[in-house]
Design a protein around this ligand. Structure first.
Ligand SMILES: [Fe+2]
Ligand SMILES: [Zn+2]
Length: 385
């Protein structure tokens, strides 16, 4: 038995690697794993964090012979944490585990190595293939399924098999083919610059599926751009310009006779650690900029610099999609576009649907079997010394 070194607001106990773990009393009390503090059937926190007294402190604390930490609190409550749980959650470790996964950025030079391409029949029926596909998609923000049956609405079945369709205005499944009366530029035969869809939502769909039922037209190659890759380069070149992309708010709109989606947001939104969370880029849906007079000129400079990069083949993954190919992209990261095609040269019909990136990552964690939290309390609590 090793007694803990109890200080005013934290305690110190040795870790197996010889250093000291420093853990706040309030953090320990908040993370008690006992059946009173957790909902036994779900493991959710039952203890109301705000009810923990400001001066919470142990009356006794020690490590037992297995390395489990035992704390008896002043009110008599007892908490026990297994050594495995302490290893997994110790925030006083010299290097804390990163909170989020780092993406693998790509451009024209390496996209074929990074973006996975797998047969749907394999992904659908073999859990290890499905996991490999999701791992590749998570890193690249893009992936291609081949051999998806060219039938109406199958794109939604794929979304519902891997996660859930995210419903938005307009149709659940969008048809994209040449239509002179269509509500946006996708329905023309024009070159479609790389863009993200529905920046006109405050939370744009975070995954997009584009299913080619048939592609017999001349031209119309697909173009993907790793937007986070482009932003990383722009940021390294000119940090002040990059900051304007995160601070100047734009308005975005996509509407039809019956629908109107509208949002106000900057092109780039960051996580608190400075990494990019969401990237909006849609030449066609940005409304007239309204910002401080002194900012507008500088904003246009960086906006055009960014646009030229997005349009630069150095960043393009360009490939032709065949009948039955389904392209999946992380909608807050990877831009999609197409080259113009020749009207009347052959059928070109694709259907797209949206889903949420989180649901794909959830599916991935379930396939890995890493989704269930480690219980805090050891299964058979060691006898307190
Ligand atoms: Fe689009
Ligand atoms: Zn408890």
């Amino acid at each position: 038995m090793i007694p803990a070194d109890v200080r005013a607001d934290h305690l110190r106990v040795p870790a197996p690697d010889g250093r000291q773990r420093w853990l706040h009393h309030v953090w320990l009390r908040d993370n008690c794993g006992c059946a009173q503090c957790r909902v036994p059937q779900s493991g959710e926190r039952q203890l109301f964090t705000a009810a923990i007294p400001h001066d919470v402190a142990p009356s006794r604390a020690h490590l037992d012979e297995t390395g489990a930490l035992h704390v008896e609190w002043h009110d008599g409550h007892v908490s026990i944490w297994s050594p495995e749980w302490l290893d997994a959650h110790d925030y006083s470790a010299p290097v804390r585990a990163p909170l989020r996964e780092m993406p693998r950025l790509w451009d024209a030079s390496d996209h074929t190595e990074v973006i996975p391409r797998m047969p749907w029949q394999e992904v659908r029926h073999d859990p290890s293939a499905e996991l490999a596909f999701l791992d590749g998609y998570a890193a690249a923000g893009a992936a291609v399924l081949t051999g998806v049956p060219s039938t109406d609405g199958t794109v939604a079945e794929v979304a519902d098999r891997l996660g859930h369709v995210r419903e938005v205005a307009f149709e659940r499944v969008h048809n994209v083919r040449h239509d002179p009366t269509g509500y946006n530029v996708a329905h023309t035969t024009l070159d479609l610059k790389p863009h993200t869809d529905l920046p006109s939502y405050h939370w744009p769909p975070s995954t997009q599926l584009l299913h080619f039922l048939v592609n017999r037209a001349q031209g119309g190659e697909s173009v993907l751009v790793d937007g986070w890759r482009v932003l990383a380069e722009l940021r390294a070149k000119n940090a002040a310009a990059f900051d304007l992309l995160t601070s100047v708010e734009l308005s975005w709109q996509l509407c039809s006779d019956a629908e109107d989606t509208f949002a106000v947001a900057p092109m780039v939104q960051l996580h608190p650690d400075g990494t990019v969370a969401t990237f909006r880029f849609s030449n066609q849906l940005a409304l007239p900029i309204s910002a401080d007079f002194d900012t507008v000129g500088a904003f246009y400079d960086v906006y055009r610099m960014l646009g030229r990069m997005v349009d630069d083949e150095r960043y393009h993954a360009t490939f032709r999609c065949e009948d039955g190919d389904l392209v999946m992209v992380h909608g807050h990261r990877v831009l999609h576009g197409r080259r113009s095609f020749v009207a009347g040269s052959g059928d070109r019909h694709l259907q797209d649907a949206y889903m949420e990136h989180d649901d794909l990552m959830a599916r991935r964690r379930v396939l890995r079997g890493t989704h269930l939290p480690l219980p805090a309390t050891p299964p058979t609590p060691a006898v307190s010394a």
